[in-house]
Design a protein around this ligand. Structure first.
Ligand code: IDP
Ligand code: MG
Length: 132
């Protein structure tokens, strides 16, 4: 049994897609072990996205993720990290396959509905950051 961190970003919450995301996770057969709606502080945003600090879009990323409430979750199940990443789709929603969350609901890379951990190490780090 493994765990991943999945978050509905401000655009997904604002568009009323939280239930859709949760529904896909549950219908797949995974369970949600922690869940909360919150607004991310500037400090938490900078820590969460620390790997991108030198990217040209970092400022935009931090201001977007702090712009409104998010719904943060811990999802558990077999091979959940890689499977949830596949269900989310690739980063650029224009390239994300139909049937994925990003492929079905987004167009702009900066507002791509959800975040999901990319490895077991990231999942452990992010779960600790959001649910400490
Ligand atoms: P991921 O969310 O698929 O793991 P990352 O490369 O970790 O993608 O990037 C984090 C987030 O930063 C993305 O989900 C996306 O919203 C945003 N992002 C990534 N690349 C760009 C870009 O080139 N321009 C604007 N935003 C970007
Ligand atoms: Mg990432």
């Amino acid at each position: 049994m493994s765990h991943t961190f999945l978050m509905v970003k401000p655009d997904g919450v604002a568009r009323g897609l939280t239930g859709e995301v949760i529904s896909r996770v549950e219908r797949k057969g995974y369970s949600i072990s922690r869940l909360k709606k919150m607004t991310i502080s500037d400090e938490l945003a900078r820590e969460h996205y620390g790997e991108h600090v030198d990217k040209p879009f970092f400022g935009e990323l931090v201001s977007f993720i702090t712009s409104g409430p998010v719904v943060a979750m811990v999802v558990e199940g077999e091979d959940v990290v890689s499977t949830i990443r596949r269900m989310v789709g690739v980063t650029d929603p224009k390239e994300a396959a139909p049937g994925t969350i990003r492929g079905d609901y987004a167009v702009e890379i900066g507002s791509n509905i959800v975040h999901a951990s990319d490895s077991d190490e990231s999942a452990a780090r992010e779960i600790k950051l959001f649910f400490r």
